[in-house]
Design a protein around this ligand. Structure first.
Ligand SMILES: [Zn+2]
Length: 324
């Protein structure tokens, strides 16, 4: 295995210095070209690197761009990267950055970015709610995924996590629901093995450089993220939704408790399978269902001790049907 790993802090500092030096070399002595050429060191915001900038004009591939509590490393030309966070309070943290083959940068944002979680009692029942949103990508072949070899807190064994995730992924690929909707979804997945590779997501909920392996693991995420999915895709040869290249999922076991059995005395733990089913929805190209759709699996917020997201609502199934 190539053994590529993310930079540590000193590596990041060196990289920042080299990038700054390169930026100076490229940009000094030339007429002003694009705003991207006057970038400061460190993290960039989406305002620093506006849509229409080109990575051909300034070497920003690999640099982190942040927005609304999430971030991602600018990918290679011809690649799209998306970050989707499931939060405790209903605020949506997610955005998408595309670098076109010619180097032009563009973004897509979620419509709802405030804390918008309403009452589940006021929202339509899951089988009466047809709302969905798709992310413009899908897994054309079989989504092959690995399980990180790290520790799972909360009495969850690695084997237990694997079973929970296989079940969650299968709920998406078989569009399992309690609404009587038959499975017309042709998505496929296969678990491969445990791996020492990590999900390419850092502790500030930022999608880093992809390593080509789709890994589900546990760790620390920033803010109120309960779990986060990072996905990378590229234009499909025949047009249509982009082709998924890699999708990593991390559960924030540093700041939140998870359980595989939220019955009885559960007060604040998140149901591992419910959260995993939501993240698997992102992996296969679903986006958040939006405010007012609190009873769908793809609602942007998770509800502690609830198992309802283990199975899909009508909108979740309809979304999958449009992609597969
Ligand atoms: Zn989500």
């Amino acid at each position: 295995m190539a053994g590529r790993r993310g930079p540590d802090h000193s590596g990041r500092a060196i990289t920042a210095f080299l990038l700054a030096a390169t930026l100076a070399a490229v940009c000094v002595g030339q007429a002003p070209r694009t705003p991207a050429c006057s970038l400061a060191r460190g993290e960039l915001t989406v305002e620093d690197l506006p849509a229409g900038s080109s990575v051909r004009d300034c070497p920003v591939v690999g640099r982190v761009v942040t927005h609304d509590g999430a971030g991602l490393a600018v990918p290679e030309p011809g690649t799209t990267v998306s970050v989707d966070s499931l939060t405790a309070d209903g605020s949506a943290h997610g955005f998408t950055l595309t670098v076109a083959a010619d180097g032009t940068v563009s973004y897509a944002y979620e419509a709802h970015t405030e804390a918008v979680r309403g009452s589940r009692a006021d929202a339509p029942a899951p089988c009466a709610d047809s709302a969905y949103a798709t992310a413009g990508r899908k897994a054309y072949g079989t989504y092959e995924w690995f399980l990180g070899d790290g520790h799972w807190p909360g009495g969850i064994s690695r084997a237990g996590a694997r079973r929970a995730f296989e079940e969650a992924v299968a709920t998406i690929t078989a569009s399992r629901n309690d609404c009587g909707l038959d499975d017309r979804v042709a998505a496929k997945a296969r678990y491969l093995s445990t791996t020492s590779s990590k999900a390419d997501i850092d502790r500030e909920t930022r999608c880093m450089r992809p390593d080509g392996l789709s890994v589900w693991d546990a760790g620390d995420l920033g803010g109120d993220a309960v779990a986060t999915t990072c996905s990378w895709s590229r234009p499909a040869p025949g047009g249509g939704p982009e082709e998924l290249l890699e999708a990593d999922v991390r559960f924030n076991t540093h700041d939140h408790a998870f359980t595989d059995d939220p019955s009885g005395a559960c007060t604040a733990a998140y149901d591992l399978r419910s959260v995993a089913t939501h993240e698997a929805g992102h992996v296969f190209g679903l986006a958040h269902s939006g405010a007012g759709h609190e009873n769908l699996t793809m609602f942007a917020s998770s509800f502690a001790c609830s198992t309802s997201a283990r199975t899909l609502g009508k909108g979740d199934v309809l979304g999958l049907r449009t992609l597969y």
